[in-house]
Write a protein that binds this ligand. Structure first.
Ligand SMILES: C[S@@+](CC[C@H](N)C(=O)[O-])C[C@H]1O[C@@H](n2cnc3c(N)ncnc32)[C@H](O)[C@@H]1O
Length: 395
């Protein structure tokens, strides 16, 4: 079977590697997504375990030379009764336009009409629309003269893991946070016993994602909704055995992880959110939070190595970026003062802010934070910490 995992731009290469690890075959990158092949259990495993994908689609039909009428007829000819009960609920998401389908709402409506008409003709009943948690979410992509109809197996964005109840002003999407951690080398650092520090942690997304990675917790384990759960082709035994395995791995991982996640922020309100989110994710026992400015942070006692990673303020407005500069300068000074020999990483959209850190990045990765083109800067903080200044002799 052929599947497509969608992701934010910039994550394709990491996602391709992840999909191959999860058992995907014929893995092929494209812009903002990766094609892969496998049995249904591979797609389920990706829905449960992918830290990077936004959605997992199962293409059902490709329509060439698309027009509004051809779209309706082709979708109407599909055996929707094999996918959904006639009195079930559906949602249709449409993306892309061309000369004959210029409006995604129109495309959505035509596809919805075709499915509803088909089911009513076959069974005498009509499905209802539920845009939040439908029994079946249908994904339509119009590109050039072609349209593709797919089932959305994820049923909603996979970055919504289910642990984040509250956030600050500019939270990272969970899959972008996971990508930052993977690019920064967190799995290897974690395996070597390193700690993780985020001195501008906001609602704690990097801390929670880091703990989920290190403790081998499947990112989808807390989700209650997936697009395949009420699909007629669903194979509950396969899904249940994947869930059982993931529960077991999470239990083992949580037993072996330790209190090595340290976050701080100048805003006490977001720290309360970080605490709640960590509780929801089941990792609050590993987390230490402090309320202070970035320059008051310290290397955590008992740890000689680890990763300092952060998502400082930045934005589209120049004046906001100017105002953020002191936080970057303070971050650089903190690294030099406390974290010699550690790895560090930060994401920003503004190169001059990255320069304000005052350390040379050894690696740079292009990423998108929403629509904003960003770079992840990775630093190996020089190994030798400056000697403490000699004390002035007492006179
Ligand atoms: C973009 S947000 C981080 C969002 C976080 N990654 C999340 O997912 O929720 C930036 C954070 O930096 C904090 N911050 C800004 N300047 C700071 C400073 N000088 N010291 C400490 N925290 C600071 C803000 O309070 C804010 O929570």
């Amino acid at each position: 079977m052929h599947f497509f995992a969608a992701c934010p731009k910039g994550l394709e290469e990491l996602l391709a590697t992840e999909l191959a690890t999860l058992g995907g075959g014929e893995v092929k990158q494209t812009v903002a997504g990766v094609h892969f092949e496998g049995e249904l259990d591979t797609a389920y495993r990706v829905c449960l375990w992918s830290r990077l994908a936004s959605r997992v689609l199962m293409p059902l039909l490709k329509i060439e030379e698309i027009s509004a009428d051809r779209l309706y007829e082709s979708v109407h000819a599909m055996a929707w009764e094999t996918h959904i009960a006639a009195n079930g609920t559906i949602a249709v998401d449409a993306h892309g336009v061309n000369d004959s389908l210029r409006n995604t709402q129109f495309t959505q409506q035509r596809v919805k009409d075709a499915i509803v008409d088909r089911l009513r003709e076959v069974s005498g009943e009509r499905p209802n629309i539920d845009t939040y948690t439908p029994d079946l979410r249908v994904h339509v992509l119009v590109r050039g003269s072609m349209a593709q109809i797919a089932l959305d197996l994820s049923g909603g964005p996979l970055h919504q893991r289910g642990y984040r109840r509250n956030t600050g002003i500019a939270p990272l999407k969970e899959n972008l946070a996971a990508a930052m951690l993977l690019r920064a080398g967190w799995p290897e650092i974690a395996a070597n016993g390193g700690a993780l520090v985020d001195p501008m942690c906001g609602s704690g997304t990097l801390l929670v994602e880091a703990a989920l990675i290190a403790a081998d917790v499947a990112p989808g384990l807390l989700r209650t909704h997936f697009g395949f759960l009420r699909w007629r082709g669903h194979q509950p035994q396969i899904w249940q055995s994947l869930l059982d395995e993931a529960e077991q791995r999470a239990a083992n991982g949580r037993k072996s992880d330790s209190a090595r996640y340290f976050g701080s922020d100048r805003d006490g309100g977001v720290l309360a959110a970080a605490k709640q989110n960590a509780q929801q994710a089941g990792i609050s026992g590993f987390l230490t939070l402090h309320h202070h400015e970035v320059d008051k942070a310290h290397r955590p006692e008992g740890y000689t190595t680890g990763l300092v990673i952060t998502n400082p303020p930045y934005g589209e407005r120049l004046e906001d970026n100017r105002a953020a500069a002191p936080a970057y300068i303070a971050f650089g000074e903190l690294l030099k003062r406390e974290f010699g020999g550690w790895r560090a990483a930060l994401i920003t959209s503004d190169e001059s802010l990255a320069h304000a850190v005052g350390l040379r990045a050894d690696k740079r990765y292009a990423l998108f934070n929403g629509a904003l083109a960003c770079t992840l800067y990775r630093f190996d903080v020089f190994a030798s910490r400056p000697e403490p200044k000699p004390q002035a002799p007492l006179s």
